[in-house]
Design a protein around this ligand. Sequence first.
Ligand code: GDP
Length: 340
Amino acid sequence: MSQDRPTSAAEIVSEVRSGNRRALSIALSLVESTASADRRLAAEVVEVAAQVIDRPTRRMGLTGAPGVGKSTLMEQLGMELIARNHRVAVLAVDPSSRRTGGSILGDKMRMPRLAVHNEAFVRPSPARDTLGGTAEATRDAITLCEAAGFDTVIVETVGVGQSEIEASLLVDALWLLVLPTAGDDLQGIKRGIMEVADGVLVTKRDLDAAAADRACTLYRSALQLLQPSSPNWTPPVVAVSALVEGGLSEFLTVLDGFFSPDRASEIDQRRRQQRLVAFDALLQRRISEQVLSAVHIADRVHSAKEQIRNDGLPPTTAVTRLLDHIHITVTDEPPENSML
Ligand code: GDP
């Protein structure tokens, strides 16, 4: 951390809360940092931030293939939500960094009005190569944005695959964007993504309304065959246009329904479940990271890989042997400075 950063978690969060955007950016960099020296402070910052959130928040994911219309929709949706007195943060998550390498210029061009709006905050994708790390950082980033007073946080994920499933564990509602050109194969969209989507948005309706409406019918019948992710919510399929006046009105009504006060306890329940899943995943990752980084173990892992590659050693044999050599001492005594 550089010298000019505030040093205590309370100080950082108080700056973030007061609307200091630079403080928010610094805090976000802190939770994105993989440096072990930053982890303890990051953990404290997120803990304090979570405690100061004093109003209900909406967490949404938008996902879909490149070109489907995500940034155009986010720009329009963000402006409409701001007009309804919301404050909107957009977090881009792009583990492959296939877009612009996460440059700010990239997002400023993609969402020109939102990127400079006082009531909005647009954060480009952190440069990270594994989705697991990105998901953890994004979870904390959502908390920080909420502490900064952004009551609506939109997480954008690119690509079709694992990232959507991860995104569904970060947000209250995941919207899948598709083009209005659905054929019988539903554009090769995987069943798993449809199963975690809380709704499907058929984009660019202005181009061909009839095609968009046909696509809606197709997606509706496809969704009927799937197990709904919640017994209390039937994922709607809505055609939208981000380029014409009122083109998002049906979606805005869907959003109000999804986040209506009588669904608050269901959303709360989902968040509790997500936190537990995140805890399990992070615990496993950090423990294995810590164990595997020990030098003598790293050496053995290296030579096991050589044998697997060169001598045909079966992976199960290699892992079993390796574990025979790893002796982890777990004591009942909590370490000093335990945070729990
Ligand atoms: P992303 O890659 O998913 O973020 O897609 P973009 O938002 O960059 O959109 C890709 C292209 O589709 C751009 O040329 C947009 O102008 C266009 N586009 C996006 N939404 C609409 C829409 O509602 N109607 C029309 N006609 N074009 C759109």
